[in-house]
Ligand binder design. Structure first.
Ligand code: F0G
Length: 351
């Protein structure tokens, strides 16, 4: 099958017409992998949706493909966003593709190196502020209200429309919706988008509905604690957000689906991050591993029954954050003294 991106493939579910320009980087169509080792370990049927396989390495490309195409269609020539890293990388790439200007505002020192490298490489104007994501978002919201520029954070409804296609793909790949869909929650756009996607596909193709289980980082768990967190903190910088935009929609998604929003600790995320890499060969970024960490927590707390078919969304690629990876790999690079030392590594290996 020839894949030309999600707008071409799912156009009948999207607000597009022949006037919508093609700015696709052939995003979407990401692998849904069955994890045999972890399924055996956890006694569930565990699949992961590998969104790090998108063109800029995160799920953001789904929403950005549509948001940028629509901005261009509507005559805009500049897009703006606040970001913990992935949105800015994706916005900058699609702006470059569309021949548009891109301006991004990020929290100083709190975005992974690879994401920053992407934004500058794609040619965005990048500003950092001393504050956090929530403060950056206030700034760009104000700017987009006063100037003729397009905001491409998930307040932009086209972002949610594009991102809902991930739910379509899960149903297509699995034959129907899973029992449980687990994903990390930051600004809460993605959980809103998946739920919308599952409902639309179910209406059209009777694919069923999953329980939606979203996981915030403990230090940024505004929805779980039902209170804005003024100084969110977590190792998972992607979801270091204390006042999620789609808060209400996320709560509605979990209520309607009989799911739950919970939190996971940094320690639990790091453990899941290591398990994915070492047991399954999948390198996802720390925030992404909140989905698996949450599933493990719910199994331990008996909030999830054995044998369930679970899809955990891995939202971003581990390569974006090499510093966190090398700090938590538990393997150190050793400097090699001589041939004998190297040969000693192979002790017990026979020919
Ligand atoms: N996982 C990753 C890797 C992310 O980058 C984000 C959000 C999320 C999960 C949470 O998704 O916000 O829809 O609930 N990153 C945004 C950004 C905030 O600026 O890149 P959400």
């Amino acid at each position: 099958m020839k894949w030309n991106g999600l707008i071409a493939n799912y156009s009948r579910f999207l607000p597009v017409s022949e006037n919508t320009p093609d700015v696709s980087l052939h995003e979407g169509h990401t692998p849904l992998l069955f994890l045999e080792n972890l399924s055996n370990l956890l006694d569930i049927e565990l699949h992961v949706k590998v969104e790090g396989a998108n063109p800029t390495g995160s799920f953001k490309d789904r929403g950005m493909a549509l948001a940028v195409a629509k901005a261009k269609e509507e005559g805009s020539n500049t897009i703006v966003c606040a970001s913990t890293g992935n949105t800015s990388a994706s916005a900058a790439a699609y702006a470059a593709r569309a021949g548009m200007k891109c301006v991004v505002v990020i929290p100083d020192g709190k975005i992974a190196q690879g994401k920053l490298a992407q934004a500058v490489m794609y040619g965005a104007d990048v500003y950092s502020i001393k504050g956090n994501f929530d403060e950056a978002l206030q700034l760009v919201k104000k700017l987009s209200e006063e100037l003729p520029i397009t905001l491409v954070n998930s307040l932009n409804p086209y972002r949610i429309e594009g991102q809902k296609t991930a739910a379509f793909e899960v149903c297509d790949q699995l034959g129907k919706a899973p029992d449980v869909l687990a994903l990390p929650v930051g600004n809460a756009g993605n959980i809103t988008a998946y739920w919308k996607g599952f409902k639309e596909y179910n209406q059209e193709f009777q694919t069923g509905l999953p329980e939606m289980r979203g996981f915030e980082a403990e230090g940024a768990a505004a929805i779980v604690k039902d209170s804005i967190i003024p100084d969110p903190e977590t190792i998972a910088t992607a979801i270091r957000i204390g006042n999620p935009t789609s808060w209400k929609q996320a709560v509605r998604a979990t209520e309607e689906s009989k799911g739950k929003i919970d939190f996971v600790t940094d320690e639990e995320m790091i453990k899941a991050y290591q398990l994915l890499a070492r047991r399954e060969g999948i390198f996802a970024e720390p925030a992404s591993s909140a989905s698996l960490a949450g599933i493990i927590k719910h199994l331990q707390q008996k909030e999830l029954e054995k044998g369930k078919r679970v899809v955990a969304v891995l939202t971003g690629n581990g390569l974006k954050d090499p510093v966190t990876a090398t700090e938590h790999a538990n393997v150190k690079v050793q400097s090699l003294a001589d041939y004998r030392q190297l040969a000693a590594s192979f002790e017990g290996v026979s020919v």
